[in-house]
Design a protein around this ligand. Structure first.
Ligand code: HEM
Length: 149
């Protein structure tokens, strides 16, 4: 597929993923921490998931596709030998951290916050970390077309 088209799809999905998490981190988290009631977060999470999860999946597919168009393969990753490969390897590390936090949230934090509001700060920490990782992924991504890191 044409690189520019892949980049446009990648950017639309990045907008959804990062925008959604920045909204939760700056608007919903302060409100649930104040009210000690996670319902607003759980409702948003439920309605965002059908858009957010496919966006993350498409980010990975288009990202890996563009990575190959830059001549970087999976076996090149984490050698930190060229500026472009270094930037993409950093993105993959941030992505793995995002996936680990998402698994932890889905399998442990969100189910437990439904039972006890004491867990709200833990879920808040997860969301803020995912939002910051999203901003990091976006920032590192912007360096690729400028020659890498
Ligand atoms: C949440 C996940 C991700 C976000 C938010 C994200 C965001 C971005 C953004 C904003 C750009 C900047 C494009 C530009 O300069 O116009 C970019 C570029 C890029 N991303 Fe991602 N990205 C993500 C995941 C990935 C993954 C998993 C890979 C590959 C393993 C990847 C590979 C790339 C590549 C190769 C570019 C350079 C495209 C170009 O400028 O030609 N991205 N990304």
């Amino acid at each position: 597929m044409n690189h520019h088209l892949l980049l446009i799809i990648h950017l639309i999905c990045a907008t959804i993923w990062v925008g959604g998490h920045l909204y939760v981190a700056t608007i919903i988290i302060p409100s649930i921490l104040k009210k000690r009631d996670a319902k607003r977060l759980l409702d948003f999470e439920k309605s965002f998931e059908p858009l957010g999860m496919p966006s993350l999946l498409i980010l990975i597919i288009t990202g890996v596709w563009m990575m190959y168009q830059y001549g970087v393969t999976f076996s090149d990753l984490f050698s930190f030998s060229t500026p472009i490969e270094t930037a993409i390897s950093l993105k993959v590390l941030f992505l793995l951290a995002t996936v680990a936090l998402a698994i932890s949230a889905q399998s442990w934090v969100l189910p437990s916050v439904r039972k006890s509001p004491k867990r709200i700060p833990i879920v808040a920490g997860h969301v803020i970390m995912v939002a910051l990782l999203g901003v990091a992924l976006l920032t590192v991504g912007s360096f690729v077309s400028r020659g890498g890191l």
